[in-house]
Design a protein around this ligand. Structure first.
Ligand SMILES: [Zn+2]
Length: 631
């Protein structure tokens, strides 16, 4: 009772005791650590009044405290009602940290404590990159929890791509790595805290997704488009989510944008536009093509160049300028199909006997059946021939040609039945006869005669009107086929003619003695008989016989042979070897020769020409001389 009285009589002391008791309770309660579950997503904040937070000092526990919801007067913060905890170093899972804070670091002045339990580190499902990653689309990697505590990076080839935290995932800006599509890289995913690598989560080979590519397009690259399309469809190798297109008309260096719209559907991209002006170049470019898997075009763009055609244009004709067989069908081909219904009779003018015009597909045809031998004919096309799409304006064209100017006749047959043919040009009263390959191994003479026929055909108008030109490319057909000098009966045909010096057994160039090489008798051989009879029937003004190899001309001294041989020599460069020198020029028999028979028998002027090669026709040095023989 006494104490109570004392207590009652000292109100000041009573208040001190009450305050001290309250303070003790406050100190004890505030010193109890509040258990807190740490979240990697951040926002680890807790309600609780803190007095004078600016004066709070926390124990060194690797965590920082931040105060919010402040009550302040001027710059002086009186209290905070929210305390946030953030780690100062990488949080260690399965640990619990106790964070204490008190005024001036003096617990007796009031202490707050948090007991922070760190859960398992976020699990990163980086296995998603095993399926390949798009080189240009942000790569999303799932986490089991949202993580704003750690920082993630992708690295490849010393380049770094930052990853942004997302809800239970990170999104990495893989484009920053500059990876090529469809290429293998070593890709690392790194977890960092405060700029320090905490862990390399994976460092593995990853192949970037193959680029999306054009499989085919309704207009092919560099195609000349003859129709009137108002769209181009691209078929891609993957499903497409978006695409942009650009269409330009190209005139020289000038590019003009053409209005278009691009639509994607499944694996195709359709670009629509209005009907395009003709006879122009275009480029259709696809850009920003994104496939469903995130891949894009290899070079970011795909350019399709094409042209819109004009009207039908002639691309070819199946004949040359001469030598067209009488009765041949001439085919004029266009770059595109023609209108099947247009009346072209006024647009195709045939002359010289050409006729029987027809049209089919991309061709017109006519016949030379009514053109005379060696007759000129022509076709003239107007410019308004229409394509099957009704486009015209480019068909103007003309062509002149000539039917064949020679006739072919068989003058006899070889021992093995091969036809010996003569080619006849012109119909003049004086005949010039050119004879090749009486010796079958002298192939150059056959080549020269063949080229001479082409030469005469191409310049048939240059053959003098009073001349008939006859060419026998090969007398010794069997020898030519076998590559042998003599015929199939082992007879040298040029030793088989009925001359005064004919003999049966002869010596060949090189000294080889050939028994019966002159034939069993003069003109024992079919070929010799054919040539002799034909020559007699022609009764030519001049005969030129071709041999090799000697670089010389020898006249048989009949008629004009000597003077013409001089001319031939001058124009060809072959020297003149007089007939009288034959025995010294040729160290072998030249008995029973065709040239000598022509002198002794019918008395026909003849020049023997020895070419300078067994294999080359030497037409360059012979043609002018050969033409001159017609004078
Ligand atoms: Zn010869």
């Amino acid at each position: 009772m006494r104490a109570w009285r004392w207590y009652r009589s000292w109100p000041f002391i009573r208040q001190i005791l009450l305050a001290s008791g309250a303070f003790l309770i406050f100190v004890v309660i505030s010193a109890l650590a509040r258990p807190v579950q740490f979240s990697y997503a951040g926002g680890n904040c807790y309600n609780g009044a803190v007095i004078l937070p600016q004066l709070q000092k926390s124990s060194d526990s690797g965590y920082a405290l931040h105060y919010t919801d402040l009550l302040q007067i001027g710059d002086v913060v009186l209290s905070a009602s929210t305390v946030c905890v953030s780690p100062a170093s990488a949080p260690q899972p399965h640990t619990t940290a106790t964070i204490k804070s008190s005024l001036f670091g003096v617990p007796l002045l009031g202490q707050y404590a948090f007991s922070v339990a760190i859960p398992e580190t976020p699990a990163v499902n980086y296995h998603v990159i095993n399926d390949g990653v798009a080189a240009t689309r942000p790569l999303t990697i799932p986490l089991n929890v949202t993580d704003r505590t750690f920082v993630y990076q992708l690295r490849a080839e010393s380049k770094t791509a930052a990853c942004k935290p997302q809800e239970k995932a990170i999104s990495c800006d893989i484009e920053a790595l500059g990876l090529k599509q469809g290429t293998k890289y070593q890709l690392a995913l790194i977890r960092q805290f405060n700029g320090q690598t905490v862990k390399t989560l994976t460092d593995q080979d990853v192949t970037t997704l193959s680029p999306v590519s054009v499989v085919e397009s309704s207009v092919k690259p560099n195609e000349a488009v003859y129709a009137k399309p108002t769209s181009v469809t691209f078929k891609m190798d993957k499903s497409i989510t978006s695409a942009t297109a650009k269409l330009e008309r190209i005139e020289g260096d000038k590019r003009t944008a053409v209005e278009q719209s691009a639509k994607v559907k499944d694996q195709s991209i359709e670009v629509h536009f209005a009907e395009l002006p003709r006879s122009s170049q275009y480029q259709l470019t696809l850009t920003e093509v994104i496939a469903e898997d995130g891949s894009s075009l290899l070079d970011k763009t795909y350019a399709l160049a094409f042209s819109m055609s004009g009207g039908p244009k002639v691309t070819g004709v199946n004949i040359g300028r001469f030598g067209v067989a009488v009765g041949a069908t001439v085919v004029v081909t266009f770059d595109q199909n023609l209108s099947p219904s247009q009346d072209i009779s006024s647009l195709v003018k045939l002359a010289g006997g050409a006729g029987n015009l027809s049209r089919s597909g991309n061709q017109i045809r006519f016949s030379t059946a009514s053109v005379p031998l060696c007759g000129d004919f022509s076709v003239v096309l107007g410019k308004e021939i229409q394509s099957e799409h009704g486009i015209s304006g480019d068909s103007a064209w003309n062509y002149t040609s000539r039917t064949i100017c020679h006739t072919v006749s068989t003058i006899g047959y070889s021992a093995k039945g091969r036809a010996i043919t003569a080619y006849t040009f012109g119909s003049g009263s004086q005949t010039i006869l050119y004879v090749g390959a009486i010796h079958g191994n002298e192939r150059a003479t056959y080549l020269l005669m063949s080229e001479w026929i082409d030469e005469l055909e191409s310049k048939a108008r240059s053959i003098p009107a009073d001349k008939t030109i006859v060419v026998i490319p090969a007398v010794n057909r069997d020898g030519l086929a076998a590559g042998s000098r003599r015929n199939a009966n082992n007879v040298d045909l040029n030793r088989n003619f009925p001359t005064a010096d004919w003999k049966k057994d002869v010596t060949m160039p090189g000294g080889e003695a050939v028994a019966g090489g002159g034939g069993s008798k003069p003109l024992s051989e079919l070929e010799s008989v054919a040539l002799a009879n034909y020559t007699r029937s022609l009764s030519p003004r001049l005969v030129l016989t071709y041999h090799s190899v000697g670089w010389l001309v020898t006249p048989n001294e009949a008629g004009i042979s000597s003077s013409y041989a001089s001319t031939y020599s001058r124009l060809s460069g072959y020297y003149v070897s007089p007939k009288s020198a034959a025995s010294t020029t040729f160290e072998y028999d030249t008995t029973g020769a065709y040239e000598d028979w022509l002198y002794e028998g019918p008395g026909i002027a003849t020049i023997l020409v020895e070419l300078g090669s067994h294999t080359s026709s030497q037409s360059g040095r012979n043609f002018l001389a050969m033409w001159t023989m017609m004078k």
